[in-house]
Each structure stands twice: as C-alpha cells, then as structure tokens.
Write a protein that binds this ligand. Structure first.
Ligand code: ATP
Ligand code: MG
Length: 384
C-alpha cells in the first residue's frame, strides 16, 4: 500500500495530544481522522474504514478493554491494525491490551515519534508485518563498588550471545560519570551513550542501534559504551535514556545494562522496567548489609522479588558470610556464587577477553554459563 494514501484514525480524549498526533501524521503524508472518545472512535472505524487506529487507552467514555473487544468483535475491524499510545507506561496495561488484540503499545513522548512512524510503516506494509520485538532488559546493580558488576554484566551477556547465535544481544554502560565496559572489552572508538543521547531524537531510528553500535570481536554483543570521562558525562541528557532503551528493545532480544552502584533519576526507571534485576553481592558483611538497605528501598518502589537474580561474587578473597547467611540477611535467594578467582578474572579483563574464552571448563566458566541460561529461562518464563 502506498503509505501516503493511508488513513489513520486517532482516538484521544486529550484534544492537544490528538491535534499534535494528527498534525504529525499529516506532515508525514498520511490522512488523519480524529475522534475524542471510544464510542465515537468505534463508529468512525466502522464507517470510515481507516488503515490503522491509534488510540490513547485512557478513553473518557468506555474502558480500553471494552473498546478493543468491540473493535475486534466486528467483522469490519476484526483485523484492523491498532496501536495503543498511552500517556504513561503501565506494564499491566500492556499485557492486558495486547491480549485483547492490540497490535502495539507505545508511550507518548516526543521521543516516541520515530518509533510510532516506524510502527505505522510496518503495520501498513502488511506482507512483512511482524509484531514489534520486545527485547528483555537485564539491569545489573550492586550496592557497593568493586563487586564485579561490570565484569559480570559483560561476561554473562557474552555467554548468552555466544550460546544463542539467533539472538541479538546488546550491552549498555550506564555507569556515570565514567563507564568501564569499553575498557573491559577493548573498545576504543567514540560512539557512547552521551554522543548517542545528544543527537536529535527524530534523527535516529531504532535501526541505528542495530547498524551503528560496534559488534565487539569475541564478545558476541554490540556495545553502547559509557561516558569516557566525567566531563562528557555532564552533557548526558538523562531523560533520553529510557527512550533509547525502548528503541533498542525493538531491535535486540536481550539488553544488558550496567548500572553500577547507582540509585538515581536515571537508573531507577530502568530498575523498575527491568525484566530481570541482577543484583551483585560482594563477599563481605558490609556489602550484604548495604544490599539489604538497597533491596528494602527497591521493594518500596514495587520491584518484584521474582524479578531479582542475586549473584554473590567473591571478588576479593576474604572470608565472608556464607550463602545462607547472606540470604537470611538480605531476604533474597542467592542464585549463584562465583568463587574468588585470584588473578584470572583480572587477567581476562586486562586482555579484553571473556572469561569463558579461556576458562570455559573451570568452575567459574561453568558457573557463568549456567547463570546465563538460568537468567534467560527466567525472563522467557515471565513472558508466557
Ligand atoms: N570473582 C572474582 N575473583 C577475582 N577477581 C574478581 C572477581 N570478580 C571481579 N574481580 C575483579 O574485581 C575488579 C572489579 O571488577 P569490576 O570492575 O567488574 O567491578 P565493578 O563492581 O563494576 O566496579 P566499579 O564499582 O568500579 O564499577 C576487577 O579487577 C575484576 O577483575
Ligand atoms: Mg563497574
């Protein structure tokens, strides 16, 4: 179908938003129809037969579920492509609407414009239509620095990338003001989270992240490196980070984010969105106690214990609390303990090599591979 002749029905109770979206669509060459409530929208959909419907689920008259049910029940609109464009992300709403026959779910913001346009192009090019990919987000967090968060983030991503060649894996370094993943994997070029976030959002389509991010030799993932220095970090537009991850989730299956030791305006929305929160615990008592404080705080934000994957990493060779002691202290099961590896961990990092490249049959190599497959199994189970 010729995209410019396509008609899009915009149903939105908020007049400003409805006008904004309609004007945007017209600018792109679409015909735009508008309705300001659910019933009016249904009538227009049945009468005017648009090619796509975009609707804000917060309808003033009927529930979004009733809207979708009636839309899908009617033979004229049973297969009409339908995009929910919500004022705020509500993860329960996403699954409810998708189950009721909605094709896509996006969150309103100027950052979403390229995604919305890309979605329309896909929905209108019916032959090769495939629902938008929703990559899984693994967020790595620790309560204390130096516990091995970055090394484990890179190495676990590598285990998944190398064992699942059909999956696209990306790693994002969000440790501020100075990232370390580029050093660990040996990346020395200039693309990083700050340079990407500073570009105008409508100039970078989601495919940018697939094509332009470097594929790191031997690591089986693409890297969005962190800030190379504190000065650059000062220029990071933090409010763009979630949109960048959202775009990445349309082109990657698994996205690993290193948040380091940070609970901030930037990291908290990512922690709340994560499909799996990988919490790295150290070997000592002080770290376990800090972790308990962090976990108690995250619970108040609604983070679900089922989504937490705690790893105890003996990054220093000290005697420390045992696994059951740590579990009792923080109130979470420890899924994996990584032994102290002496210099081998640092040796691999210094050579920019993944641990399993050299120690795949050692206890630590096996533990990493086992943890990686458990993590994938957990997020895939949640998706069902
Ligand atoms: N199990 C382990 N055995 C031995 N050394 C380890 C182990 N885990 C991590 N290390 C070493 O500990 C150091 C810190 O690791 P890493 O940089 O991954 O930690 P981090 O938590 O990301 O630190 P930062 O707070 O600086 O971001 C590195 O030199 C790494 O090689
Ligand atoms: Mg780190």
């Amino acid at each position: 179908m010729n995209q410019s002749s396509a008609t899009i029905l915009v149903i939105d109770g908020d007049e400003i938003s409805q006008k904004y979206i309609s004007a945007l669509l017209r600018k792109e060459g679409y015909q735009a129809l508008a309705a300001s409530a659910g019933l009016e929208g249904l009538i227009s959909a049945w009468r005017d037969r648009p090619d796509v419907v975009i609707f804000d689920p917060a309808l003033p008259d009927i529930t979004s579920l009733e809207f979708l049910t009636r839309l899908r029940k009617d033979r004229r609109t049973a297969t009409l492509p339908c995009v929910a464009l919500s004022g705020q992300e509500n993860l329960q709403e996403v699954s409810k609407l998708m189950a009721a026959g909605c094709n896509e779910y996006l969150v309103k913001s100027s950052e979403t414009v390229p995604l919305l346009l890309q979605t329309l192009t896909r929905l209108l090019g019916k032959e090769d239509y495939a629902p938008m990919r929703r990559g899984k987000l693994f967020a790595f967090l620790s309560a204390k620095g130096g516990t091995g968060t970055s090394s484990l983030c890179a190495n676990l991503a590598m285990c998944i990338g190398s064992s699942k060649p059909d999956k696209q894996v990306a790693v994002v370094d969000l440790v501020l003001p100075l990232g370390s993943l580029a050093n660990i994997v040996g990346y020395t070029e200039n693309i990083n989270i700050v340079t990407v976030a500073m570009q105008r959002s409508d100039t970078i389509p989601p495919t940018y992240f697939k094509e332009k991010l470097p594929l790191i030799p031997g690591w089986y993932f693409r890297l969005l490196a962190g800030s190379p220095d504190p000065d650059t970090a000062m220029h990071l537009p933090g409010d763009r980070v979630v949109a960048i991850l959202q775009m990445m989730s349309t082109v990657y299956d698994y996205i690993f984010v290193d948040l380091g030791r940070s609970l901030s305006r930037i990291s908290l929305p990512i922690i709340q969105r994560a499909d799996l929160l990988v919490l790295i615990l150290g070997a000592d008592l002080a770290t376990s106690m800090l972790t308990r404080t962090v976990w108690e705080y995250l619970k108040t934000l609604g983070v679900d214990a089922k989504k937490v994957f705690a790893i105890q990493n003996r990054s220093v060779g000290l005697e420390g609390p045992t696994k059951p002691e740590v579990e009792q202290m923080i109130g979470l099961p420890v899924r994996l303990t990584i032994p102290y590896m002496g210099g081998t961990f640092t040796f691999s990092n210094n050579r920019h090599e993944p641990i399993v490249a050299n120690y795949s049959k050692d206890a630590v190599g096996l533990a990493l591979q086992e943890a990686a497959s458990q993590m994938v199994a957990l997020v895939e189970k949640q998706a069902k």
